[in-house]
Design a protein around this ligand. Structure first.
Ligand SMILES: [Zn+2]
Ligand SMILES: [Zn+2]
Ligand SMILES: [Zn+2]
Length: 137
């Protein structure tokens, strides 16, 4: 994550790098509130957090989720290349999934329609095994 941002020409101070390594370890969705709070502890200012989020989103390394009623925003942070997510609506756990067959099929469908597609979004929402068993992971 840090290397990829540097490669994209983003200047990373040690405090920003520390924030990134914290984010890369998280296995659940991170709310904006948590993010700003964690950043503050690491000495990263709020505007910097938002600039960092923008840069990460542009690089495909952060994906934003909004609650169905639109009240809260969460992020998940990614180190892999193209993939999708399964999000647990019970505990906020996020898993990255790769769907090679689906990718090909989506491209075929678009090509068949005469489109050149540049990107797509696909996220799955449900309950993780832990939540299904009644014990939050
Ligand atoms: Zn991801
Ligand atoms: Zn869960
Ligand atoms: Zn895809």
């Amino acid at each position: 994550m840090v290397d990829a941002l540097r490669a994209a020409g983003y200047r990373l101070t040690p405090d920003r790098a520390a924030l990134l390594s914290y984010l890369a370890q998280r296995e659940t969705l991170v709310s904006i509130g948590d993010l700003v709070e964690q950043a503050r502890e690491l000495g990263v200012s709020r505007p910097t957090v938002f600039r960092l989020l923008e840069a990460l989103t542009a690089q495909g390394m952060a994906v934003r989720f909004t609650e169905e009623n639109g009240s809260r925003t969460f992020y998940t942070f990614c180190t892999r290349s193209h993939h999708h997510h399964i999000v647990c609506t019970g505990c906020g756990r996020v898993e990255q999934v790769e769907t090679p067959h689906l990718e090909l099929e989506l491209r075929d469908v678009a090509e068949h329609k005469g489109y050149e597609v540049h990107r797509h979004n696909l996220e799955l929402f449900g309950l993780c095994p832990g939540c299904r068993a009644g014990r939050p992971a």
